[in-house]
Design a protein around this ligand. Structure first.
Ligand SMILES: CC(C)(COP(=O)(O)OP(=O)(O)OC[C@H]1O[C@@H](n2cnc3c(N)ncnc32)[C@H](O)[C@@H]1OP(=O)(O)O)[C@@H](O)C(=O)NCCC(=O)NCCS
Length: 226
């Protein structure tokens, strides 16, 4: 099987959205954050477009289309590049942030809502995440932040996740930079990420009434120093 890990393009977005939505269908965090289990595909596509416009590291794993693989994209990884704590957001990123917010507003009108997003929990999570980063992100140069990582279920355990992570962690090692991620599944993801060089540093407890989920925050130190 000729598997390729290549940078994501605009044309890849629809399949990448489907890959991520399917991979996260049973994800505890998404069930906590979204009232409806169906995540708004248009919103996810807009986020991917935002990532591309901001030049963030985004990769897809592709296989040739066959009876077994009706779609070419079987894995996705989306990262944010390190952002020094002291440095403000650039004008181009600011413009993309604004554009994304505007698109989200249009989607809310078009779909008559937020695609099931529980806004109260979203704000709660954002605040907890900010406080956690204040404590855990001790390197002033910033971190490669793994925002999305997904492998189609039929392709798991075959080394694809490793490839989608290493395409960035190898760059991080060359730069002497640390990496960071938040995983909503303890089992089996903590062990998987430990094998990829990450260590658990703290947990974020997302609790709202009787509904709760945990985010496992993991840091990977660079293998070589800058
Ligand atoms: C997490 C995920 C991306 C891993 O992708 P994957 O392709 O299955 O991972 P790999 O096959 O590359 O495995 C990476 C390492 O973890 C190990 N591993 C994989 N699955 C494992 C499991 N269930 N238990 C223990 N170890 C496991 C592999 O042996 C490999 O280690 P090695 O290279 O030293 O042998 C994939 O399981 C997934 O998409 N899960 C659903 C969505 C999700 O949870 N995303 C992450 C959100 S933070």
């Amino acid at each position: 099987m000729a598997l390729q890990i290549v940078p994501m393009t605009k044309q890849d977005i629809p399949e990448a959205v489907e890959c991520v939505q399917t991979a996260f269908a049973d994800d505890p965090y998404f069930h906590w954050l979204f009232d409806s289990s169906e995540r708004n595909a248009a919103s996810l596509a807009a986020h991917f477009q935002y990532g591309l416009n901001c030049n963030t590291p985004m990769y897809v794993a592709k296989v040739p289309i066959s009876d077994k693989h009706p779609r070419s994209i079987v894995g996705v990884s989306w990262w944010f590049s390190p952002q020094p704590a002291s440095k403000g957001v650039s004008w181009s990123v600011w413009a993309q942030d604004w554009l994304l917010s505007f698109r989200q507003f249009l989607f809310n009108v078009r779909f008559g809502g937020r695609g099931g997003l529980n806004l109260h929990r979203y704000k709660m999570w954002k605040e907890m995440q900010r406080k956690t980063h204040d404590v855990v992100w001790t390197d002033p140069r910033g971190y490669y932040f793994c925002n999305v990582l997904a492998v189609s279920s039929e392709m798991r355990g075959m080394g694809l996740g490793r490839k989608l992570v290493e395409v960035v962690t190898q760059q991080a090692d060359r730069d002497g930079m640390p990496c960071y991620l938040e995983s909503s599944k303890g089992v089996p993801n903590i062990i998987i990420y430990e094998k990829l060089g990450f260590n658990l540093v703290t947990e974020i407890d997302c609790v709202d009434g009787n509904d709760a989920c945990k985010l496992y925050c993991m840091v990977r130190k660079p293998k070589t120093k800058a």
